[in-house]
Design a protein around this ligand. Structure first.
Ligand code: ADP
Ligand code: TRP
Length: 337
């Protein structure tokens, strides 16, 4: 019998989920979970959260919001192992073991760290590591522990995370070669139709930039946020092309290919930006209205969410323990009995 394929992904708990998280991570992951030949592991990456965010209330609120979002978007906790990263101490143990096996040079090449260094250089700060913490530096190792702990084959992520999954693969290969063949080599899965969505300030839509369109804001607020998407000064009636506003990519992420082709045609024929924004908000709303109602119900009952996470942690730890025992043994950490 074929072994089911394992699909795993996490969302950092540093803010309220936005359209980018949904189309880049949550939606493809939930689709994958509906395939009977897969076993899915989805989690709240709260230990990743405290890397970028040092506001306790925000981490806490976000944990609830992210959990409610997954459940509202259709995650079935019976089918999927759904848990909070910090409830699985085995992941932290593996994190250390992997830290001891990972080349520093590999971490020097990680995008998030390089971007922080570049930022210092751009500001003319002499110490290139100014205000960079070890959590940020070692971030890809913790992410590798998340992935390798459950022997995931496929990791659905947005494009910005591909490098981290490749690093997890590297680290796994190195361990397998040096010690024992215990880890599955993971692969990133990208939804080809979806670009990295751009936020309201023109940068990548990200919780860390405060430039997002929140996933479950009210219909009215959604239209208001959509109205803030950057466009140019072209008048109604002037031909417009898809690359003139990030609005197009968001539309594409919520529309069928035929609808997208039709939208492109309408822009070329001079559709006004204001009208395009109404069409976009309607499109998003059509996909999200029911989910939004479920989200509001869950948010009113945090204890229900906590119970679901605790049950998930029990399932996840059972898996994690078995592999961690083998990993510890492989590196020579064993009982003396
Ligand atoms: P954020 O940048 O908002 O903090 P996370 O780092 O928590 O988002 O990312 C969670 C998941 O959502 C990842 O798989 C990531 O690649 C995806 N993602 C985040 N932002 C976007 C975006 N703007 N477009 C597409 N996918 C995204
Ligand atoms: N670092 C990911 C992000 O910011 C979140 C994450 C943490 C993750 N651990 C993971 C994603 C493991 C996939 C697999 O988007």
């Amino acid at each position: 019998m074929n072994q089911p394929e394992r699909v795993l992904t996490g969302v950092t708990t540093t803010g309220i989920p936005h359209l980018g998280n949904y189309v880049g991570a949550i939606r493809p992951a939930i689709r994958a979970s509906e395939n009977p030949n897969t076993e899915t592991f989805f989690f709240l990456a709260d230990y990743h959260g405290i890397i970028k965010c040092h506001e306790p209330e925000r981490i806490h609120e976000s944990t609830q919001a992210v959990a409610a979002t997954w459940l509202a978007c259709g995650l079935d906790p019976e089918r999927t192992t759904f848990y909070r990263q910090s409830d699985i101490p085995e992941v932290m143990e593996l994190n250390w073991i992997l830290t001891c096996m990972t080349a520093k040079g590999l971490m020097n090449r990680a995008h998030a760290y390089k971007a922080a260094v570049q930022d210092n250089l751009d500001k003319g700060i002499e110490d290139q590591d100014h205000q960079i913490e070890m959590g940020l530096y070692s971030y890809p190792i913790l992410m590798s522990a998340d992935i390798l702990m459950f022997n995931a084959h496929k990791v659905p992520v947005g494009r910005d995370q591909i490098q981290h999954v490749e690093m997890a693969r590297d680290i796994a290969g190195r361990f397998n070669h040096r010690f024992k063949n215990l880890f599955t080599l993971p692969e990133a899965v990208i939804d080809e139709q979806v670009e990295t969505l751009v936020g309201l300030d023109g940068r990548k839509m990200s919780k860390s930039y405060g430039n997002t369109i929140p996933l479950f804001e009210s219909e009215k607020k959604l239209q208001k946020s959509v109205n803030k998407i950057i466009t140019n000064l072209k008048e109604p009636g002037e031909p417009k092309s898809p690359d003139e506003s990030p609005l197009f990519e968001i539309y594409q992420a919520f529309a069928t290919p035929d609808e997208t082709a039709e939208f492109t045609q309408m822009l070329a024929e001079g559709l006004a930006w204001g009208e395009a924004k109404k069409m976009l908000a309607a499109k998003i709303n059509a996909e999200l209205a029911d989910k939004r109602a479920r989200y509001e119900e869950l948010t009113a009952k945090p204890a229900v969410i906590e119970d679901i996470l605790q049950a998930g942690a029990v399932k996840a730890r059972r898996e994690a323990r078995a592999l961690l025992d083998q990993v510890r043994d492989a590196v020579g950490i064993r009982t003396l009995r």
